[in-house]
Design a binder for this molecule. Structure first.
Ligand SMILES: [Zn+2]
Length: 613
């Protein structure tokens, strides 16, 4: 009786049913990659005209998405089904007329991953994917819009779905059963911050301290991967746990989409025709491999290239490289950001000048954590930072400061240097860390200052875009301002030793070093090579009188084989020792005994640990 009584009240007062706009999506109703969405308004708008928009960009991407481009149709209806006039404005907005009568929006969406656009292509970890019965990736800026001025209001979402699919997300769930999942977002900002991936569950779960970590994987070929990724992520999360006093969240979800790009892997290792290879290599450069951070989750688009033997390209390496970085974004920008991010404007975004902080500090910490947590060795750590330093020198520092690049990152002139946030930005953070330690005689380091400011602001309070640097300086030492004035806000080239020497690292512009000579390098050996395609396989075209490894004209070598030959047990062979080198000669694989040689060479932009520190 009670239920029935309740139902009658609901019938009599339809607006009592829910106080939020309600979205309903049926994943069974997908047709040709087109997904219909229905939204019921909680109450009629007060104005004659309202605007419903999709984001031009979303936080963390520093790029244009224009999600409105993927809306195929938009209908606005009254309670009795009459159609109201709608006019599209720009790429992302729909103006609805006679809006006081508006009750429903019904629109259809296109699958972003499948429709590759040339202008402003969408980074795959931010895209949507609709694959009937298999996978639905909801990056919610591509699914849901907002009425101007209502970004802070709560939203309800009911998803009907095939029983074999389950949606993994950090979005609060009200209810779930075989055929339906019902979510509630406290605001549009939270909705954008919580992607959902529906797939046949391939999941793993573990605790690090008090944090519940969930891994949810979709592999396009159905290869189960969660158990294996668990090993990688558990190691990484433990390294983070050692670095931070506490993991700052109760729960965290890794949402991972694994694509099959073995064709490109084959091109890289050289097993197909030249033209096809070049085409594939060009395609590879435009791939959106990577990840995007959120408050309680991160989304990954990774590729199985079928080249597990090339460590840098392996799935584990793709995941591990990105996971620590994405997780550390909880400190910043998620837990420490300016009002330009805290009060994000999806339609006319104003970019913050503090990318040195959001991306630079995060990328530096990710590397520092790997080193301190034993994921990489101290020398591997310096090598990583050394590569970033060398690439960071390509930043046009006399033309633009780092803060200027950040603030204008959506403009082409500046956007082409965006990648420097992971290079120059990470090195600036390393120098900043050393400078903080130097100025406080080792009493404070960058992580201490970050944790302090993170506790002061947190996810829901923004710092002042203009005064933040002064505020940070105040927590350290007045002289720290010089560092920011010169290298972050100014257009001066860094002098790494001014900071790094204090923490036991020396920078050398160039250094004469004893290095291993490669029998495959024409600068080290008297041979001429010709690439077979653009892969790792090479043909020995000619050998001269000073050839020293025993190679012959017509041999086919693989550059990768040299690496494994000189490090048979993970340790580099010494001068005079014998490397067992694989070579293809007359269609047969033979093993050459090569005497290992070292020689003096000049290396540019080198970082070294100081011996006595
Ligand atoms: Zn990042």
């Amino acid at each position: 009786m009670k239920n029935l009584y309740f139902a009658i009240i609901l019938l009599l007062s339809p607006f009592f049913v829910f106080s939020q706009h309600l979205y309903e999506i049926d994943l069974n109703k997908i047709e040709k990659d087109v997904l219909p969405v229905k939204m019921t308004l909680s109450k009629a708008p007060q104005k004659d005209q309202v605007t419903y928009s999709f984001p031009a960009t979303v936080p963390g991407t520093y790029d244009t998405q224009d999600f409105g481009r993927f809306v195929l149709s938009m209908n606005a209806k009254t309670a009795d089904g009459k159609i109201l006039k709608v006019k599209k404005q720009g790429n992302n907005s729909f103006v609805i007329y006679d809006a006081k009568k508006l009750k429903y929006l019904e629109y259809t969406l296109e699958d972003i991953m499948d429709r590759k656009v040339k202008k402003h292509p969408i980074f795959d970890p931010v895209a949507t994917n609709f694959e009937e019965g298999k996978n639905f990736l909801f990056n919610n800026g591509g699914i849901f819009g907002f009425f101007t001025g209502e970004e802070a209001e709560a939203i309800e979402i009911k998803i009907s779905k095939p029983s074999q699919l389950y949606g993994s997300t950090s979005l609060p769930q009200i209810q779930s059963n075989n055929g339906q999942q019902h979510f509630k977002a406290n605001s549009y900002h939270q909705l954008i911050d919580c992607p959902i991936m529906f797939s046949v569950p391939d999941t793993a779960q573990f605790y690090v301290g008090n944090t519940k970590v969930t891994i949810s994987v979709f592999d396009v070929n159905g290869v189960p991967r969660a158990k294996h990724f668990y090993e990688v992520l558990k190691r990484d999360m433990q390294a983070i746990d050692e670095f931070l006093p506490d993991l700052p969240v109760d729960n965290y979800t890794f949402i991972i989409y694994v694509d099959d790009l073995k064709e490109i892997g084959k091109a890289i290792t050289g097993k197909m025709g030249l033209i096809k290879k070049i085409k594939l290599a060009l395609k590879f450069r435009n791939l959106g491999l990577g990840a995007l951070e959120h408050g309680n989750s991160s989304t990954y688009y990774l590729a199985d290239l079928g080249v597990a033997d090339i460590k840098e390209l392996s799935l584990d390496n793709q995941l591990s490289g990105a996971a620590i970085h994405e997780f550390m974004h909880i400190l910043t920008p998620l837990g420490l950001h300016s009002e330009r991010i805290g009060n994000f404007n999806y339609t006319n975004p104003l970019m913050s000048k503090h990318l040195w902080l959001y991306e630079g500090v995060t990328e530096y910490f990710a590397n520092l954590i790997k080193f301190k947590g034993g994921v990489i060795s101290p020398d591997e750590y310096l090598k990583e930072m050394e590569a970033k330093l060398a690439q960071g020198l390509d930043f046009p520092v006399s033309e633009m400061s780092f803060t200027e690049m950040s603030e204008h990152v959506l403009e082409e002139k500046f956007h082409k240097h965006y990648g420097q946030v992971y290079m120059r930005g990470a090195v600036l953070a390393m120098l900043l860390d050393a400078e903080i330690q130097r100025l406080t005689s080792g009493q404070k380091s960058l992580i201490d200052v970050m944790l302090l400011l993170n506790a002061r602001y947190g996810a829901n309070r923004s710092f002042d875009e203009q005064t933040f640097i002064a505020e940070l300086v105040k927590e350290v030492h007045p002289d720290l301002q010089n560092f920011f004035t010169l290298y972050v806000e100014g257009k001066n080239q860094w002098k790494p030793n001014d900071q790094l020497n204090y923490i036991g690292i020396t920078y050398h512009d160039s250094l004469q070093e004893s290095v291993l000579l490669s029998p495959f390098n024409p600068k080290d050996n008297d041979i001429t090579l010709k690439a077979i395609g653009i892969g790792l396989e090479q043909l020995v075209v000619e050998t001269g009188p000073n050839e020293w490894a025993g190679l012959k004209k017509g041999d086919i070598i693989n550059l990768n084989d040299y690496r494994s030959a000189i490090e048979p047990n993970g340790q580099k062979l010494k001068e005079g020792e014998i490397a067992k080198l694989k070579v293809k000669r007359n269609n047969e694989v033979i093993i050459l005994d090569v005497v290992v040689k070292y020689g003096m060479k000049e290396k540019k932009h080198v970082l070294r640990w100081m011996k006595n520190k």
